[in-house]
Write a protein that binds this ligand. Structure first.
Ligand code: FES
Length: 125
């Protein structure tokens, strides 16, 4: 299981080598997420309309290793944008990936840009 987690490494904007097209913005539900597959990875991309922001993170929940985070509910934890896993409600920061209500490993997060109505995620490969 650890090997699956190791596939997912957070990417900061200054480390981006490749802005990957993840489709038009209208593919994504308001205040909801969708799974995008890239090079064997599943990335959860969220249109956080209430904040007028976009976020991306690994789709894999590190609790039971289920690919479910894209179906999680987005929200706010003391000003921090978060996603709640739809299975057992582990909450993760969409900015840092930190598990906010426990001590699970952090999830990987990725930068998102929207240009001309198209969503791009920043990857290192
Ligand atoms: S599988 Fe995500 S909290 Fe249990």
């Amino acid at each position: 299981m650890q090997a699956i987690l190791e596939k997912y490494v957070s990417v900061s904007t200054d480390k981006v080598k490749n802005w990957v097209c993840a489709g038009p913005v209208d593919l994504y539900p308001d205040d909801g997420g969708k799974c995008f597959k890239y090079k064997g990875k599943q990335i959860a991309i969220f249109s956080f309309s209430r904040r007028n922001k976009w976020y991306a993170c690994q789709n894999l929940c590190p609790h039971k290793f289920e690919m479910v985070l894209s179906r999680g509910m987005t929200g706010d934890a003391m000003g921090e944008p978060k996603v709640a896993c739809p299975l057992h409600k582990a909450n993760f920061s969409l900015e840092t990936g930190k598990h906010l209500n426990g001590d699970l490993p952090s999830i990987a997060t990725y930068p998102v840009e929207v240009r001309d109505g198209t969503v791009y995620i920043g990857m290192m490969d």
